[in-house]
Write a protein of this length. Structure first.
Length: 380
């Protein structure tokens, strides 16, 4: 019995000696908390910071790499677009070149056609020239003298009607007659007779020296500035009579007249002029007067070139009238100008009555047919 009690007592002692499960759990939790509390202050924050820094750097590098890849992709896309455009242009270039080549061929064909047409025309012209040369070769050698005479007659008409130079026209007609005489053909006597009539008709026209007259008018125009204008000459005033009043009563009439004359002289000035007085011209009016005279003389020169005697005389007459009216007639330059204008006013310009040369038609027959045709055979 004592042995059985002993183990039971030992078990109770052990139960009292060992803590319960709840106590053990609480104790262990408390121990763990205490250990954790004691362990926190012992951990270092640098590894965590380094980790965060490393993560940040990796993220930045990843972003930079992504941005660089994006730019590379954009550049690659632009290069692809440019490459596509170049490919498209390369595809279109042959077509454009073919079109340009086709247009160039058409233009060359057109030029070739034009060249062929030109060659055909030149061949036709050459054939016509050959025909004419053959016809000329069959003619008499005097044909060239006839052509030269016809040219001289045409030139004489130009000198006579366009340049109003009958003297030169006569010389050209005489030269044409010499060419006809050198042919030594009796059948050309009617032609020489017609040329002689034309020479006589032109010789009757008086040849005025147009160039000399124009130069004379230039000399008159140059002297206009040297001529003085006509100025009004003041007359000498008569000597004043004695205006003193006497004290004699018998001279009351004389004294009254002297008093009235003195009052009148104080308020009025009366002068008697027996000649026509031309008012003085201002500077501007003097310039206009000189320019008007110069203009009239220039009109006279133009009338000479136009062979218009009426306008020439009217211009000279009006210029003389203005000079006599407004310039000093006692001055030597004025007298020379008036004498020159009076001599120039006597120039006569005969009208040209010759309208056509008699020899022109016959010369045309001689050049065209090689000889003179009867009147009934002349082509219209």
């Amino acid at each position: 019995m004592d042995n059985e009690k002993a183990p039971a007592e030992q078990l109770q002692q052990q139960e009292h000696a060992l803590p319960s499960t709840e106590e053990t759990t609480a104790t262990s939790h408390q121990t763990t908390t205490t250990a954790a509390t004691d362990a926190k202050p012992e951990r270092s924050p640098w590894p965590m910071r380094l980790g965060l820094l490393l993560v940040t750097v990796l993220a930045a590098v990843a972003l930079a790499a992504s941005f660089w890849l994006y730019q590379q992709m954009q550049q690659q896309q632009q290069q692809n677009q440019q490459l596509e455009q170049l490919i498209a242009q390369a595809k279109d270039a042959p077509t454009q070149q073919l079109q340009q080549l086709g247009q160039s061929l058409q233009q060359q064909q057109q030029r070739l056609d034009d060249t062929q047409n030109t060659l055909q025309k030149m061949q036709q012209t050459e054939a016509q020239l050959g025909t004419k040369v053959a016809a000329l070769a069959q003619r008499h050698p005097n044909h060239w003298l006839a052509a030269e005479a016809e040219y001289l007659v045409r030139l004489a008409g130009r000198k006579l009607w366009l340049e109003k130079d009958p003297q030169t026209a006569v010389g050209l007609l005489q030269a044409a007659d010499e060419r006809i005489a050198a042919m030594q053909e009796a059948s050309l006597m009617p032609l020489r007779r017609a040329i002689a009539q034309d020479i006589a008709a032109v010789s009757e026209i008086k040849n005025a020296d147009i160039a000399g007259t124009v130069y004379a008018l230039d000399g008159v125009i140059a002297k206009l500035e040297k001529m003085p204008l006509n100025r009004l000459q003041q007359q000498d005033e008569p000597e004043l009579e004695d205006q003193q009043v006497t004290t004699s009563l018998g001279d009351w009439r004389t004294n009254l007249a002297k008093t009235w004359r003195a009052l009148k002289d104080d308020f009025f000035t009366i002068r008697k002029v027996s000649t026509d007085v031309t008012p003085l011209l201002s500077g501007k009016q003097e310039w206009y007067l000189e320019e008007n005279i110069r203009n009239k003389l220039l009109q006279a020169q133009l009338a000479l070139y136009q062979y218009n005697e009426l306008n020439y005389r009217q211009s000279i007459t009006l210029a003389r009238k203005w000079i006599q009216q407004y310039y000093d007639l006692e001055d030597g330059n004025t007298q020379e100008v008036l004498a020159s204008l009076e001599a120039l006013a006597s120039l006569k310009l005969d009208a040209i009555t010759v309208q056509q040369f008699n020899a022109s038609k016959q010369l045309k027959q001689l050049v065209t047919y090689g000889n003179l045709l009867p009147n009934e055979e002349v082509a219209p």
